[in-house]
Ligand binder design. Structure first.
Ligand code: NBG
Length: 795
C-alpha cells in the first residue's frame, strides 16, 4: 500500500479549502470551512479504512453484513474528530482562522435516514463494529429525503420534506462502477429442472460508500447505500420529438425507488413502492456480497463459513428467497441444499411485538412484483411443513405473505432486543415456531455507543470521568464502575452535580436563542423524547402534568419542586391520534406556561423536529428520564440507556430494557411505577377498567374534565373529545389504570430532587452502573452467539 505522510490538520484544511473547494480563507463561507475540515478528517479515516480492508482480505476472515432499511446516523464530523482524537487540534486549527468549532460542527445537516430506535441502533452498531475491529458492511438505501422536518403551526405538527443532500455532504464516495440490475414483475419460465425469472422492469442500484471509523481510528468499516438509477437514463427519441417530460421519465421513475424514507416506525403500510425498496436493497446487497465472496473464495457451499448476514427486522426478509433463487436458479445448486446454505447464512432481529408492525403483503401484489419469489416462498413453506408435521401456521394465510414467519424459518438465529422482549417473543408472535425450534431464539439486549452518547455529547462529564479513572472506559464501558468509590466523596459528587448544572445552563441558553423558550436551569429537567406513539404514552405524561398544575393552583405555597417538562418527537403523518397528542401538549403548554400562579413551579415545552442532534443536546442536560410505555410494548428502548449513562435516573415501567437498567443501576436509583406485562394482560380483561380507574382517582377525573371542557382549546372546546373518549373508553394502553401510580412516582421524584445531594448520588450511580449498555457489549454478543465472527484487531 502507498504510504503518505499525514499533514497537520491545519494544513490539510487549508489545502482542501483551496484545492477541493477553490476558496481562499477570506471568501470561504461556513459551509466551505465545514467541508474543508470534513475532508481533512476524512482523509485520515480513509487511511484506516484501507488498512482494515487489506487486513480482512489477507486473513480471509468471516465478514458480517448488516442489512437495514434505516441507518439514522445523524452528523458524522464530530464522530470522526472524536474517534480520531483530533478535538484539540481541530479547535486550534479553526481558531487560527477565527472560526468557531461548534459553529462549524452544527453546520452539518443530520443524515436522518431512519425513523427512530431501529435506525439509530443500526448506526450505533456500525460504530461498535469498527471499534471492535469486526469486518463488516452496513447495507441500506441512500434516500434523497430522510425523515420529514417537523414544525408546529398553532401547536399542530406540520411535515415538510427533508433534504439532507441540499447542502454538500462530505462523507460518501460515489461508486459509479458498482451497479446492479434489480428486476420487478415479468414472468417465470420453467423448463424441467431449470427455472428462470424474466422481469418486465429493471432499475440499477448504484453504490455510495461511507467509511465508518471506530475508536482511535484503529479500524473502519463501510456503510454502502444504494441509489436508484435508470438503465437507459434518457429517451433521446422522445426528446427529438419534443416530448421532454417523456424523455426524462425513465430516470425519474428509477430514482423514485430511493427517493423517500417511509415515515412509519411501528405501523406497516403495505405499499407497493415500499416492497420495491425492500427488494431493491436486498437484491443489490446480496449480489454485492456474492461478488465479493466469489472473488475471494468461490465455492458457494462455504458461504456460511465466511459470511454472516443479519436482517434488521423483517424489512430485508426477501433475502431468504432471493438467496435461494440465486443459488438454485442461477447457480444450479439443488433446492434443499440452497435453502440450507441460505439459512446457515442468515439471522434475523425482531424489534417489536406490536401486531400492526408485523409485515405482511397481499399475495396478489407480491406475486405480481416478485413472481419467482412467491413460488420459492411456497416451496420453503412446503419443505418446512413436511419436516414439521404438527405445524399449524403457514407463511401464506388470509391471502397474505407473512414476513415474520418467513424470516424465522429462514434464519439460523432469531433474536430479541431485551430480556423481557425475547421471552415475550417465545410466548406470543413466535410461540409455535419457538416450540418447533427451541434453540433458535436468543437474546441480545440493545446498547448505545459511548463515543457518541457520552464522550462526544457530554464532554464535561467525559472529562470528569477520565480525570478519575483514566480513558479506558471509552471502549470498555464497564470500567465506569470504578467511579463508585468517588460517589462517596462529597467534593467529587459536587463536581458531578456541577457538570449537570453546566449542561442545563447550556441547554437553557440554546432553547432561549433557538426557540425563544426561557427556563430557569435550576428546575428539574424532566425529559420525554422519542417517536410519538400511544404505547409510549406521552399522553400519560401530559395528563399527570395537567393534574399537577391543577393541584399547584389550589395550593400555590406548598413548596413544590419546580419542574420543566420537555417533550420532543415526531408522529407518523397518518397517525392522527399521535398528532392530537402533540397538539394537546402544545395547547396545554400555552395555558400552563402563562399561568402566573404556577409557572414558577411548572413549565412545559415541546421542541420541534426531534433528531439525533437534538437528542445529543437534551440527553446530557436531563435530570429525569421518562420511560413510561405500557409494559410489554416497548421491545427495548435505547434512549433509556443514553439517559441513565448521562446521569438521569429513570421514572419508568418494567418494560423493555428498563428491566435490565433497573437491575444494573439498583432499584433505589430507579423510580418504578405501573403494572407489569402480566398485570397489563390481566387488566385488559377487566370490564370498564378505565372507568374504574377514573372513579378511584379524582385527580385523574379532574384532569380529563379540564381537557374535555376545552380548558386548553377554548376556541374549539371539542378538539380533544376523541382523545378523552378513547381514554375513558377502550384505553387499550391503560393510561388511566397506570395514572395513579405514575402520579405517586412523580411525587417521589419531587421529594428526592429537593435533596440535591441525594439526587446527585442517584444520578452518579446511574452513570457508574450503566457500562453494560454499551453497544460494544451487544455486538460482542452477536459475534459470539450468532455470527461466529472475530475481531481482527491485535490487542
Ligand atoms: C424499535 C423498538 C424499540 C427498540 C428499537 C431497537 C422498531 C420497529 N422497533 O423499543 O420499538 O429499542 O426498535 O431495537 O422501530
Amino acid at each position: 500500500m502507498i504510504q503518505m505522510k499525514t499533514p497537520p490538520l491545519r494544513d490539510a484544511i487549508l489545502r482542501h479549502l483551496t484545492y477541493s473547494f477553490g476558496k481562499d480563507p477570506e471568501h470561504a463561507i461556513l459551509e466551505d470551512w465545514r467541508m474543508a475540515l470534513s475532508y481533512a478528517v476524512r482523509d485520515r479515516i480513509v487511511d484506516a479504512w484501507f488498512k482494515a480492508t487489506e487486513r480482512t482480505y489477507d486473513t480471509g476472515a468471516k465478514r458480517v453484513y448488516y442489512l437495514s432499511m434505516e441507518f439514522l446516523i445523524g452528523r458524522l464530523l464530530e464522530d470522526g474528530i472524536v474517534n480520531l482524537e483530533l478535538v484539540d487540534e481541530a479547535k486550534a486549527a479553526l481558531a487560527e482562522f477565527s472560526k468557531d468549532y461548534n459553529e462549524v460542527l452544527t453546520d452539518e445537516p443530520d443524515a436522518a435516514l431512519g425513523n427512530g430506535g431501529l435506525g439509530r441502533l443500526a448506526a450505533c452498531f456500525l460504530e461498535s463494529l469498527s471499534t471492535i475491529g469486526c469486518p463488516a458492511h452496513g447495507y441500506g438505501i441512500r434516500y434523497e429525503h430522510g425523515l420529514f422536518r417537523q414544525s408546529f403551526v398553532d401547536g399542530r405538527q406540520i411535515e415538510q420534506p427533508e433534504l439532507w443532500l441540499g447542502q454538500r455532504h462530505a462523507w460518501e464516495f460515489e461508486r459509479p462502477e458498482v451497479r446492479y440490475r434489480i428486476g420487478f414483475g415479468g414472468h417465470v419460465d420453467t423448463r424441467g429442472e431449470t427455472v428462470r425469472w424474466y422481469p418486465s422492469e429493471e432499475v440499477e442500484a448504484e453504490a455510495f460508500d461511507t467509511p465508518v471509523v471506530g475508536w482511535k481510528g484503529r479500524w473502519a468499516n463501510t456503510l454502502r447505500l444504494w441509489s436508484g438509477r435508470a438503465i437507459h437514463p434518457f429517451d433521446l427519441d422522445a426528446f427529438n420529438h419534443g416530448d421532454y417530460a417523456k424523455a426524462a421519465a425513465p430516470e425519474a421513475l428509477a430514482r423514485t425507488i430511493s427517493r423517500v424514507l417511509y415515515p412509519d416506525d411501528t405501523t406497516e403500510q403495505g405499499k407497493e413502492l415500499r416492497l420495491k425498496q425492500e427488494y431493491f436493497l436486498t437484491g443489490a446487497a446480496l449480489r454485492d456480497i456474492l461478488r465479493r465472496f466469489n472473488n475471494q473464495f468461490g465455492d458457494l457451499r462455504r458461504l456460511p463459513e465466511k459470511v454472516a448476514i443479519q436482517l434488521n427486522d423483517t424489512h430485508p426478509a426477501i433475502a431468504g428467497p432471493e438467496l435461494i433463487r440465486i443459488l438454485h436458479d442461477e447457480r444450479g445448486i439443488p433446492f434443499d441444499e440452497s435453502m440450507e446454505i441460505a439459512r446457515a447464512t442468515l439471522s434475523y432481529t425482531n424489534h417489536t411485538l406490536l401486531p400492526e408492525a408485523l409485515e405482511s403483503w397481499g399475495e396478489a401484489l407480491f406475486g405480481r412484483l416478485l413472481p419467482r419469489h412467491i413460488q420459492i416462498i411456497d416451496q420453503i413453506d412446503f419443505t418446512h411443513a413436511q419436516k414439521n408435521p404438527t405445524r399449524t401456521q403457514s407463511m401464506r394465510s388470509d391471502h397474505q405473505v407473512k414476513m415474520g414467519q418467513l424470516s424465522f424459518v429462514m434464519a439460523h438465529h432469531v433474536n430479541g432486543v431485551s430480556a423481557l422482549h425475547t421471552e415475550l417473543m417465545k410466548t406470543t408472535v413466535f410461540e409455535e415456531l419457538h416450540h418447533l425450534h427451541p434453540d433458535r431464539i436468543v437474546n441480545e439486549t440493545n446498547g448505545v455507543t459511548p463515543r457518541r452518547w457520552l464522550l462526544a455529547c457530554n464532554p464535561r462529564l467525559a472529562g470528569l470521568i477520565t480525570e478519575g479513572i483514566g480513558e479506558g472506559w471509552v471502549d470498555d464501558l464497564e470500567q465506569l464502575e470504578k467511579l463508585e468509590p468517588y460517589i462517596e466523596d462529597a467534593g467529587w459528587l459536587e463536581r458531578y452535580a456541577g457538570v449537570k448544572r453546566a449542561n442545563k445552563v447550556e441547554l437553557s441558553n440554546w432553547m432561549g436563542q433557538a426557540h425563544g423558550i426561557h427556563v430557569d436551569p435550576d428546575m428539574l429537567f424532566d425529559v420525554q423524547i422519542k417517536r410519538m406513539h400511544e404505547y409510549k404514552r406521552q399522553h400519560l405524561n401530559i395528563l399527570e402534568a395537567i393534574a399537577h398544575w391543577q393541584e399547584i393552583r389550589e395550593n400555590p405555597d406548598a413548596g413544590w419542586t419546580p419542574r420543566l417538562k420537555l417533550f420532543a418527537g415526531k408522529a407518523a403523518p397518518g397517525y392522527f391520534f399521535a398528532k392530537d397528542i402533540i397538539r394537546l401538549i402544545n395547547d396545554a403548554a400555552v395555558v400552563i406556561n402563562n399561568d402566573p400562579v404556577t409557572n414558577k413551579y411548572l413549565k412545559i415545552a415541546f421542541l420541534p423536529n426531534y433528531n439525533v442532534s437534538l437528542a445529543e443536546r437534551l440527553v446530557p442536560a436531563a435530570d429525569l428520564s421518562e420511560q413510561i410505555s405500557t409494559a410489554g410494548k416497548e421491545a427495548s428502548g435505547t434512549g433509556n440507556m443514553k439517559f441513565a449513562l448521562n446521569g438521569a435516573p429513570t421514572v419508568g415501567t418494567l418494560d423493555g430494557a428498563n428491566v435490565e437498567i433497573r437491575e444494573h443501576v439498583g432499584a433505589e436509583n430507579f423510580i418504578l411505577f405501573g403494572m407489569t406485562a402480566e398485570e397489563v394482560m390481566e387488566r385488559r380483561t377487566v370490564e370498564s377498567h378505565a372507568q374504574k380507574a377514573i372513579e378511584a382517582d379524582p385527580r385523574l377525573a379532574s384532569a380529563l374534565n379540564a381537557i374535555r371542557d376545552g380548558r386548553f382549546s377554548p376556541s374549539e372546546p371539542t378538539r380533544y373529545h376523541n382523545v378523552v373518549g378513547n381514554l375513558e373508553g377502550a384505553d387499550y394502553f391503560l393510561v388511566c389504570s397506570d395514572f395513579t401510580d405514575y402520579w405517586r412516582a412523580q411525587r417521589e421524584v419531587d421529594t428526592a430532587f429537593a435533596d440535591p445531594q441525594g439526587w446527585a448520588r442517584m444520578a452518579a450511580f446511574n452513570t457508574a452502573r450503566s457500562g453494560w449498555f454499551s453497544s460494544d457489549r451487544t455486538i460482542r454478543g452477536y459475534m459470539a452467539d450468532i455470527w461466529k465472527a472475530k475481531s481482527l484487531l491485535d490487542r
